[in-house]
Design a protein around this ligand. Structure first.
Ligand code: LMR
Length: 328
C-alpha cells in the first residue's frame, strides 16, 4: 500500500486492510449460497454487470454462487474479516447480530408477499437496515425471494402430519420454535447440505420458496409439497461499514444508485421466478402438490402463532406491530 493510501486510511478512520491499493479498483467479492438462476443469483449478476458498465477501473465485482467461496455458516465472519465485501443472507441468518430481524421469521405474520414488500418500504424496515451497526454490519437493501412452502416425504395437510418428522431449518431460533410448535424436530443445517440431507434421510422435510426447491432439485427427494405460504424468505444485502466507508463518496454513491436499480429489478421479478419454478416442479411430476383448504391452513396458523408471543420481547412489540399494519 502506498503512503498516501495508508494516510487516507488513518484520516478516515478505516484500517489499511480494507483499502484498495492506489490506482487499483476496489474489489467486491459477492458471495452467496444459491444458484445463479434464482432471484438472488440473478441480482448478484446484474449488480456485477452494471458495476462493470458504470464503474470499470474503479470497482470490480466478483460473484461466487452456490457456497463456492463461503457457506452460510461462515459468511458473516468472512464479511467482518473483509474476505468478502457483499453478502445477501436470508433474514433468518442474522440472529447473532440482532434479534429484531426475527420479525421476518414469525410464521403467518404477513398475509402475502405484497404485504412483505410494503413492510420493507416502511420506516421500521429502514431502521432495521441499521440494526447491526454496532457489529460493523451495514444493511444496503432488502431483496425478495418469496414465501416458503413445506416439503416432506409424507403429505402434510394438518399440523399433526408433521409430528415426529425432522425438518431442516436455517439458523433461527424462531424457525426452531415454529417446528417445535407442531411436534416436529427442527435440525439446523447449512443450505449447501440440504439436498443431500434430504436424500440421505437425515431430515424428512424442509421449508423453502419454490425457487430454492427447484434450483437444488429438492423436489426429486421430496414427494410432497404443501403450498403453505407460511413464512418469508427474503434477504438483506449487507456489507461491512468499514469496507463501505473506505470507498470515496462518489464511488459509494454510484454503487448505491446501482443497488437501488438492482433491488427494484430483483423485487419486481422474484415472484415470477418462483411461479416459473413452481410450474417446472409440478410439470416434472416428482412431487405432489398439497393445496390446503382454508380450514387446514387455519389449523397450522393456530398451532404456530403462539411463537409470536414467545418472541415478542426479543423482537420488540413495536417492530411486530409495525409489521402487522401492512396486512390489509
Ligand atoms: C436457506 O438457507 O434456506 C436460504 O437462506 C438460502 C438462500 O440464500 O436462499
Amino acid at each position: 500500500k502506498s503512503c498516501v493510501a495508508a494516510l487516507v486510511a488513518v484520516l478516515c478512520g478505516v484500517s489499511a486492510s480494507v483499502m484498495a491499493a492506489e490506482g487499483e479498483p476496489f474489489v467486491i467479492k459477492f458471495a452467496h449460497v444459491v444458484a445463479d438462476d434464482t432471484p438472488k443469483g440473478k441480482g448478484a449478476l446484474l449488480f456485477q454487470k452494471l458495476v462493470h458498465e458504470r464503474l470499470a477501473g474503479k470497482v470490480k465485482v466478483e460473484v461466487y454462487p452456490n457456497s463456492t467461496l463461503v457457506g452460510d455458516a461462515e459468511e458473516m465472519q468472512a464479511l467482518l474479516n473483509n474476505e468478502v465485501q457483499i453478502l445477501a443472507p436470508s433474514l433468518s441468518k442474522f440472529g447473532k447480530y440482532t434479534k429484531k430481524l426475527q420479525v421476518f421469521d414469525l410464521p403467518f405474520l404477513f398475509d402475502d408477499e405484497a404485504a412483505v414488500q410494503r413492510f420493507q418500504k416502511r420506516e421500521m424496515s429502514r431502521e432495521l437496515l441499521r440494526s447491526m451497526a454496532d457489529s460493523g454490519i451495514y444493511g444496503l437493501a432488502y431483496w425478495n425471494n418469496g414465501l416458503k412452502q413445506l416439503s416432506a416425504t409424507t403429505a402434510l395437510r394438518l399440523p399433526a402430519d408433521a409430528a415426529g418428522l425432522a425438518f431442516r431449518v436455517q439458523p433461527s431460533s424462531v424457525l426452531e420454535a415454529q417446528f417445535n410448535a407442531v411436534g416436529a424436530k427442527p435440525v439446523v443445517l447449512p443450505f449447501a447440505e440440504v439436498y443431500k440431507s434430504l436424500q440421505a434421510g437425515v431430515v424428512q422435510g424442509a421449508e423453502n420458496p419454490w425457487s430454492n426447491i427447484a434450483s437444488q432439485n429438492m423436489h426429486k427427494v421430496q414427494p410432497f409439497i404443501t403450498e403453505s405460504n407460511h413464512g418469508v424468505l427474503n434477504y438483506m444485502l449487507v456489507t461491512s461499514s468499514e469496507f463501505w466507508m473506505s470507498m470515496p463518496f462518489a464511488v459509494r454513491s454510484e454503487l448505491e444508485g446501482i443497488i437501488l436499480e438492482v433491488t427494484q429489478a430483483v423485487n419486481r421479478e422474484a415472484a415470477a421466478l418462483n411461479q416459473r419454478d413452481r410450474e417446472r416442479i409440478l410439470a416434472s411430476g416428482s412431487s405432489k402438490l398439497i393445496a390446503l383448504t382454508p380450514e387446514q391452513r387455519q389449523a397450522w396458523r393456530e398451532k404456530m402463532m403462539p411463537v409470536w408471543q414467545s418472541y415478542e420481547s426479543e423482537i420488540g412489540a413495536d417492530v411486530i406491530r409495525a409489521a402487522l399494519t401492512v396486512n390489509r
